[in-house]
Ligand binder design. Structure first.
Ligand SMILES: [Zn+2]
Length: 369
């Protein structure tokens, strides 16, 4: 039976944020039909989320979900992030340890700050509440117990002692520590704040990606998700995401459905695709990466590249060495319903010529090259 408009919107919200189906349906029902399904973060909130993504973008603990995130509940001035269960105890290499390193600000002997500058944390029954001193906005981390958090803090304290680092909150619990001040926007033009300023101009993009992290799972089975930034040519930051995955649907659908929803007017980002490099038609052993590039619209600074690095056949052997982990990852894949795979009226920019899927059009143009 054809899904209703409400069900279609709930499906998009479910896929993009990972929230349970009943919750997605309830949330969609509360919204007026023209409202975006995932609100943009307010500026200060976006900066906080940008700092968080920057910190968790390259996890050491090898979580199963992209960056360890099971689902998110985004609001304009807050974000609740539910992380997956710990696969190991609170020791070096745990997801909680990754989060401590990403969040808790500390400075080294050169005065360089690691973690989220200005962030102070409260642990309570609802989760770990993160706020930046004097700034609106908050992030709540769920899925991590208070015991795990406290234990991981102690482990990090040992690392701090070993590497000459100090928690900012130890010296300045209620004010920004002097080492954090260059990161308090608006701020003076200082060297240490320069990269942060680029991050701030592109915070909308990082926040938007974080809020849609579970959407990556529609590309294929998550094997490894990493991200990093470079300076963008149009100003701001360029975010690069590498999603190593096992495709579960016929190529090239494994990435086009994702692109379709990431640019969807109801649940997507305010971006436009600037390039698409699809090598799905090549022999599997010849190339295993496709990618697409996008940039912000309406004056938003920053660019994005998502790399669809696929593993199949022999290339999967390394992952199948740990069968329990591999099978748990396979369960995380989310297939996009066929009616959400393509948009009949809106083609991906730069790939719009010809009928059929954007990759078909791209491949026709490059068949002889
Ligand atoms: Zn492809």
């Amino acid at each position: 039976m054809k899904p209703t408009l409400l069900e279609r919107r709930a499906q998009k919200l479910h896929l993009a944020t990972g929230i349970p189906w009943a919750q997605a349906l309830k949330r969609s029902r509360e919204l007026v039909p023209s409202a975006p399904l995932i609100p943009n973060a307010q500026p200060s909130q976006a900066v906080l989320e940008s700092c968080l993504l920057n910190g968790i973008a390259w996890p050491q603990s090898d979580p199963r979900n992209p960056w360890g995130i099971r689902f998110l509940e985004p609001r304009p001035d807050s974000l609740i992030v539910t992380f997956e269960e710990q696969q190991r105890g609170a020791h070096d290499g745990s997801l909680t340890q990754d989060l401590i390193q990403a969040v808790i600000p500390r400075f080294d002997e050169y005065g360089e700050v690691h973690g989220i500058p200005g962030a102070r944390v409260t642990v309570h029954g609802e989760g770990v509440l993160i706020r930046r001193i004097g700034k609106p906005g908050s992030v709540i981390i769920r899925g991590v117990s208070a015991e795990d958090w406290t234990a991981a803090l102690a482990v990090q304290q040992e690392a701090n002692d070993k590497h000459g680092m100090t928690y900012c909150h130890d010296l300045s619990p209620h004010e920004w520590h002097r080492t954090e001040l260059p990161y308090r926007e608006p701020r003076e033009d200082t060297t240490s704040g320069r990269h942060h300023r680029k991050m701030v101009t592109s915070a909308w993009l990082a926040s938007g990606l974080l809020r849609r992290a579970p959407l990556l799972r529609t590309i294929g089975v998550p094997l490894s998700t990493t991200a990093w930034t470079n300076p963008a040519r149009n100003g701001g930051c360029s975010w690069i995401i590498e999603y190593i995955h096992e495709p579960r649907v016929q190529e090239p659908l494994h990435h086009h459905g994702f692109i379709n929803l990431l640019t969807d007017p109801e649940c997507g980002l305010p971006i436009t695709t600037t390039a698409l490099r699809c090598h799905c038609h090549w022999l599997p052993e010849s190339y295993s990466v496709c990618w697409f590039d996008a940039r912000g619209v309406n004056g938003r600074l920053g660019t994005l590249q998502v790399r669809f690095s696929r593993r199949s056949g022999d290339k999967l052997e390394d992952y199948a060495d740990e069968p329990e982990d591999y099978h748990a990852r396979r369960k995380l894949y989310r297939q996009i319903p066929s009616h959400l795979m393509w948009r009949s009226t809106t083609r991906t920019a730069g790939t719009s010529r010809g009928g059929g899927c954007p990759a078909d059009a791209y491949n026709r143009r490059h068949a002889s090259s």
